[in-house]
Write a protein that binds this ligand. Structure first.
Ligand code: F0G
Length: 460
């Protein structure tokens, strides 16, 4: 097979900050061993997130110049609306400044205290917005989705049997809607199959419970359906995406992922009353409904990006980089969540550093070692981010200690990926000598963003 090459060439460059190990040691100390406190000028390769960090295409930069900044009914709005409608088929479309703005307005207009939202895996901002409205969010991912090593092509699927059972137990009147997150970021960026979306829809139909999609990575999910689901290989990604949306009553989208934009998002639905209530709160807190907190030029960029994300050559290349890192990391013997999902590789720091107990945060150790070795910024998804009752008495570890290597879209080249692999070799070799961390200072919630750490051997 021929080498899969980046289906673009580079027209503009941005310098990468290079640094020495000594500098990084000093900078990490200054940041209290929390990579969220590092300025980006001290990071060589930034794999913290794929959200809003992508590179725009020439078509997007050109579209940006067409931005019509009229307050109401701008031309950019109509281009945005028509594109979103072409892909999703929804009647009502509302731009928002990013995914969580749509989550907030949707939760506040549709949820009452005591209600329960079921889903395959709520992203943390979705969960937080549901809880902020007084409701509860429950994740019903299939059992394989919770087993890091289980081999299943669609580990992001919702467990439809448990969905039926839970509806029976709670009563359908307590469940205002069900959310399928595509791909399932919380459980490793794993895709959801078309069959699973259809079965979920069928299970909800008799009860009249609406199905909502969190479509942040809808194009990557469509590509993994094309690649992994029987009978889908002959279709275009647009065709698959249209079928995905056809099963839903509404969709929430952060355009910072598969919108290939640096900011933006939308909410879309069929229901007139939902639209009316969403619109009223949108005007109050985001902006007039034809711009929703975005500039006209942002709407243009998203309209182009949503379709570019569905280009086959782009997705083939995108997934080839994920598979490349997966293969190389496995050759190094690194324990990974498998198979790799759409936007990231998740390393199992608990298995990689078995001598570090969960409450000495092996994920933080690995994140910091990767930074010290190569200036690469990754992110912990373990007991710091998801541990329970932080600070309040008995601390409970998270079920997994993961480290996410997240790939921004169209940003890094093959040699950057080779560099990442190279950096992991010495880390693998000296893992037995690595030490855990303790928390020196932490805020009452979302502690991962601002906690201060210290290496355990430095105890006073
Ligand atoms: N839904 C999913 C599945 C997400 O991954 C995110 C963001 C959001 C909603 C919220 O969107 O950031 O535009 O408000 N995920 C980022 C990440 C932050 O790093 O995974 P937003």
């Amino acid at each position: 097979m021929r080498t899969i090459i980046e289906p673009f060439r580079i027209k503009m460059t941005e310098p990468l900050p290079l640094s020495s190990r000594e500098q990084r040691e000093e900078w990490l100390r200054e940041a209290h061993y929390n990579i969220f406190s590092l300025p980006s000028s001290r990071v060589t390769i930034d794999l913290l997130t794929d959200s809003g960090t992508g590179t725009m295409s020439t078509q997007q930069w050109a579209a940006l110049m067409l931005g019509d900044e009229s307050y109401a009914g701008s031309q950019s709005w109509f281009r945005f609306r028509d594109t979103v409608q072409r892909i999703t088929g929804f009647k009502h479309i509302f731009p928002v400044h990013q995914g969580r703005a749509g989550e907030r307005i949707f939760s506040q207009t549709r949820l009452k205290p005591g209600q329960v939202v079921l889903g395959n895996g709520h992203f943390d901002t979705t969960r937080a917005n549901i809880e902020f409205a007084g409701a509860e969010a429950i994740d019903l991912v299939i059992p394989e989705g919770r087993d890091l090593a289980a081999d299943h092509p669609f580990k992001g699927n919702l467990d439809v049997e448990r969905l039926r059972k839970t509806i029976g137990e709670l009563g359908p009147e307590r469940i205002p809607f069900v959310i399928l997150t595509l791909t399932n970021n919380t459980f490793g960026g794993q895709p959801v199959s078309l069959a699973n979306i259809r079965e979920t829809r069928e299970a909800l139909k008799p009860h009249g419970i609406p199905l909502i999609l969190d479509a942040a990575r809808y194009a990557e999910n469509a590509y993994l359906i094309y690649q992994r689901e029987a009978g889908q290989a002959g279709r275009s990604l647009l065709d698959i995406a249209q079928e995905i949306f056809s099963y839903a009553d509404a969709a929430l989208m952060s355009a910072k992922k598969d919108g290939l934009a640096n900011i933006g998002g939308f909410f879309a639905c069929h229901n007139d009353q939902w639209a009316e209530e969403f619109k009223n709160l949108l005007i109050l807190t985001e902006g007039f409904p034809t711009y929703g907190g975005l500039a006209g030029r942002d709407l243009e960029v998203i309209a182009v990006g949503l379709l570019e994300a569905l280009e086959m050559e782009y997705q083939v290349y995108r997934h080839a980089t994920v598979e490349y890192i997966e293969k190389k990391f496995l050759q190094l013997g690194l324990p990974l969540v498998q198979p790799a999902g759409g936007h990231a590789i998740y390393l199992d720091a608990g298995r990689f550093l078995p001598h570090i107990p969960p409450l000495q945060y092996p994920g933080i150790t690995l994140v910091n070692e990767v930074y010290l070795e190569g200036g690469i910024r990754t992110v912990e998804l373990g007991s710091v981010m998801f541990g329970q009752n932080p600070g309040a008495g008995q601390e409970k570890p998270a079920p997994f200690e993961l480290v996410r290597f997240t790939f921004p879209r169209r940003v890094y080249t093959q040699s950057h990926f080779d560099y990442i692999v190279e950096v992991m070799k010495p880390i693998r070799d000296r893992r037995a000598s690595m030490q855990g961390y303790r928390i020196v200072r932490q805020p009452p919630f979302l502690r991962h963003f601002s906690a201060h750490f210290a290496p355990v051997q430095n105890k006073p």
